[in-house]
Ligand binder design. Structure first.
Ligand code: ADP
Ligand code: MG
Length: 319
């Protein structure tokens, strides 16, 4: 007998919560939660569609991990602490092996951040997963895109471009020599993004603007620039690359135009550099200075000799 809808919800998506702000989780018509005094609620939603965001045969554990990771990355970009999530799941069939692995990937990441799944919806149809995440940020302290000012420094966390090459590898589009360990590393950067939650929360009160890199640096830094009505100079030689990526010859367009990095890009008033250094040892990732905000609009990409490089990409767009 295949599972009924309610057996499925109870078996795979109902877990006890350690959070005292969840009054009622899965199992009633609505979840009931409490936002602590002095906090604002940060809310974000993302959809992953089979065949668009991941190939249908993707390991379901990785799908469960990633659908939460991309939303946690949005919370991180606002400096919010993750709290709760809701999940809308559209499944072509009840496949318990798939559900077991999917929910395990989701809960493994959720547990890292003490996030509770408080509700959702389960329907039949082509595989699609929508997750809404909720987080807290102290009143007025959210990191917005609009706060960058001329002379601010531009930083990114982690390394750029790994996931876009991971995608080429997984689709058989990478034909140059590469060793197995590097293939495994780059694929894991695509499948298991590590949302920069700790860094984002530490940047509250320090960064002047922030965004997470989901569609490529060119597009996402572009969002900070247009929201802040400023421009930027970016030094290509400063972009942080992983050891695996450094061994390959990857054009700049792929590094700054490829999506799925899920690193943070933020701006910093120059007088706050010492504060940044003080937190950098505790956030679990590197901060790399890649450029400067300036008054004149647009992005100038400069090479090691300070010559302007023409970057011919706009990043990832669905439409
Ligand atoms: P209703 O019909 O009142 O909308 P549902 O029958 O859709 O409720 O869901 C029953 C309960 O299970 C609700 O608390 C809902 O939030 C929860 N739920 C449904 N699907 C999921 C899911 N995929 N993950 C987590 N909770 C879910
Ligand atoms: Mg109801």
């Amino acid at each position: 007998m295949p599972l009924t809808e309610f057996e499925l919800i109870s078996r795979y998506f109902t877990r006890p919560s350690r959070r005292t702000d969840v009054v009622r989780g899965v199992g009633d018509d609505c979840a009931i939660v409490r936002v602590p005094a002095g906090m604002e609620l940060a809310v974000t939603i993302d959809t992953l569609i089979s065949g668009v965001h991941f190939p249908p045969e993707t390991d379901p554990y990785a799908i469960g991990w990633k659908v939460l990771a991309v939303s946690l990355s949005d919370l991180a970009a606002m400096g919010a602490d993750p709290a709760w999530a809701t999940l809308a799941l559209t499944l072509p069939e009840v496949n318990e092996d798939w559900l077991r692995a999917f929910s395990q990937g989701l809960f493994d990441l959720a547990n890292q951040y003490n996030l509770t799944l408080i509700g959702g919806d389960t329907t039949r149809g082509p595989l699609a997963i929508t997750l809404q995440a909720h987080g807290f940020v102290p009143l007025g302290q959210a990191l917005e895109r609009s706060g960058a000012q001329a002379e601010d420094l531009i930083y990114v966390t982690g390394t750029l471009g790994d996931a876009t090459i991971g995608l080429e590898l997984s689709q058989g589009r990478w034909s140059n020599p590469i060793i197995a360990a590097d293939t495994a590393y780059l694929s894991s950067r695509l499948d298991y993004p590590q949302p920069r939650v700790v860094a984002g929360r530490a940047l509250r009160g320090i960064a002047s603007a922030a965004i997470d890199l989901s569609d490529g640096l060119v597009a996402d830094l572009g969002h900070i620039l247009s929201a802040s009505a400023v421009g930027a100079v970016v030094y290509l030689e400063c972009l942080p690359l992983s050891p695996a990526l450094k061994k390959l010859t990857v054009p700049w367009e792929k590094i700054v135009g490829g999506g799925d990095d899920y690193e943070l890009c933020f701006t910093l008033p120059p007088e706050r550099q010492e504060e940044l250094e003080r937190i950098s040892a505790t956030v679990g990732c590197n901060f790399t200075l890649i450029g400067t905000i300036r008054k004149s609009l647009g992005i100038s990409w400069l090479d090691a000799g300070n010559q302007v490089v023409n970057i011919n990409t706009i990043g990832f767009r669905h439409f």
